[in-house]
Design a protein around this ligand. Structure first.
Ligand SMILES: [Zn+2]
Length: 99
């Protein structure tokens, strides 16, 4: 796995507004909605095991992240209040998604 270009210096999950804010060590910031994170969940259940099985997830406008925890030094795991908790979001993906 290649190293991400940037590392987070702070990660804040704000339930009230439903966003995840990430401060990066290059002084940029990502603001990603919990809905966006849920519908782009990278886990095998959500993406399918092959590209032609890819699912589109809808109806998650009100979903909230209830727990965000670090996975090693390269990713976070997000637990959502719809019971989904298997998504591992690499810093590389989160950083790229900000653009
Ligand atoms: Zn998933």
């Amino acid at each position: 796995m290649s190293q991400p270009n940037a590392m987070p210096t702070a990660i804040r999950s704000i339930a009230k507004t439903g966003v995840l804010e990430i401060d990066w060590d290059d002084d940029s910031q990502s603001v990603l909605s919990h809905e966006y994170l849920r519908v782009t969940c990278p886990c095998a259940d959500c993406t399918g095991h092959t590209p032609d099985q890819a699912k589109v997830i809808v109806g998650k406008q009100d979903v909230r992240a209830t727990l965000v925890e670090l996975v090693g030094n390269y990713a976070i795991r997000i637990v959502f209040d719809d019971g989904h908790s298997t998504g591992i979001y690499t810093f590389e993906k989160l950083y790229r998604d900000m653009k």
